[in-house]
Design a binder for this molecule. Structure first.
Ligand SMILES: *Cc1c(COP(=O)(O)O)cnc(C)c1O
Length: 394
């Protein structure tokens, strides 16, 4: 892809960049859509006479490059590097930039798989891991004063409690202590939140969620501006090889094109679901967690930090406890009982038993009566009618 082509979209809005950046029509045929370059290798014109730097598809593939350029443009960042999963992206970012003896400060509500990777893989390799209430900037500052950390790891909104962390305030205290800030921006997506603009050093994504958007691909990405970190991440990506296939990249490209449109509808539907759940009697619904609700402790920060919506995830605690939670998710008909989130279809699950079973018994344990809902983009009246019949059956 040519830099000159991408430069044309620098000053356009996200919806425009998402459709055009990295998507230059094919120079030989004019194909408007980036082809799936299903090739492992590339012909060399004489030894090392590479066409556009292409030698081998672990190192470089045009479909992947197209997605990387598209995502970087949507984020307003210099670089995006895509991976075969969100956890592969997190793994390579960390392994390429930290060493045994380094410490990571982690929020107390994060994706269970991130905690599992850090606590079960990185800690035995000599990385120090401490957990803090990441929404409490004073607590973060106290931790940073007591010990040197390489990274503060922020998820906002967090998974599954939708806690909101002030990225700019966290970056300010972290940088004052020589610590970098990583934001897992999977829940907000680049349609709603721009951590690099707020001072974060690196953004990571599970593109499996809103960016892919159709529950048909597993992928991840590291997005950043710093040249040295980019070199380190790219080196290990090629050396270790957790790259997406050309077909994965093609699905991510197709998903990202409609991100802005989808996330606006996800957000509108999720707000309506959250408001409806909050209006239910307290002997049915104990508590609703959604940053778009004024009752949410992080509402004001979210309103400032997120642009155009609060995302598609709503968590709810049922007054009837863990058993009521399990019955509820079993009785919905449009909301499918499944792990994952961020696809066009509504999903529902019990984190304590499913996505977050790996944090059970740790400081990250989530309430047993919690139900996490990934609100899709179906008709909102149908969605609420489905929740209503499922609650009535409890
Ligand atoms: C799903 C998820 C991940 C992990 O991504 P995979 O693509 O499943 O490897 C990381 N962070 C968050 C917030 C997630 O929701």
């Amino acid at each position: 892809m040519s830099a000159a082509y991408n430069a044309k979209f620098t000053n356009t809005a996200i919806a425009t960049r998402a459709i055009h950046a990295g998507q230059e029509p094919d120079p030989t045929t004019g194909a408007v859509v980036t082809p799936i370059y299903a090739t492992s290798t590339f012909k060399q014109d004489g030894v090392l006479g590479l066409r556009g730097g292409h030698d081998y598809s672990r190192s470089i593939n045009p479909t992947r490059t197209s997605f990387d350029e598209q995502l970087a443009a949507v984020e307003g960042a210099k670089y995006a590097l895509s991976f075969s999963s969100g956890l592969a992206a997190i793994d390579v970012l960390l392994r390429s930039t930290i060493r045994p003896g380094d410490n990571i400060l982690l929020g107390n509500d994060v994706y269970g798989g991130t905690y599992r990777l850090l606590s079960k893989v990185f800690v035995p390799w000599g990385i120090g891991l401490d957990v803090v209430d990441i929404t409490d900037t004073a607590a973060v500052e106290a931790a940073l004063t007591a010990k040197q950390y390489r990274y503060v790891w922020v998820e906002t909104p967090s998974n599954p409690l939708l806690n909101i962390t002030d990225i700019a305030a966290t970056a300010k205290v972290a940088h004052a202590h020589g610590t970098k800030v990583v934001v897992d921006n999977t829940f907000a997506s680049p349609a709603l939140q721009h951590p690099l603009d707020d001072g974060a050093d690196v953004v990571v994504y599970s593109t499996t969620k809103y960016i892919g958007g159709h529950s048909d691909v597993v992928g991840g990405a590291v997005v950043l501006n710093d040249d040295e970190t980019r070199e380190q991440v790219a080196f290990l990506q090629n050396a270790a090889g957790a790259v997406p296939s050309p077909f994965d990249s093609w699905l991510d490209i197709r998903g990202l094109k409609t991100l802005d449109l989808r996330v606006r509808q996800h957000s509108a539907n999720a707000l309506a679901v959250a408001q409806w759940l909050e209006s239910q009697p307290s002997d049915v619904i104990e508590r609703v967690w959604y940053p778009g609700l004024e009752s949410h402790p992080g509402h004001d920060i979210a309103a400032r930090q997120m642009h155009g919506g609060f995302g598609g995830i709503v968590s709810v605690q049922l007054a009837g406890g863990a058993e009521a939670a399990k019955r509820f998710v079993d009785r919905t008909e449009i909301f499918t009982l499944a792990e994952s989130l961020g696809g066009v279809e509504s999903l529902i699950e019990v984190p304590a038993a499913m996505t977050h079973a790996s944090v059970s018994g740790t400081t990250l344990q989530v309430p047993a009566n919690l139900v996490r809902i990934s609100v899709g983009i179906e008709n909102i009246d149908d969605l609420i009618a489905d929740l209503q019949q499922a609650l009535r059956a409890l």
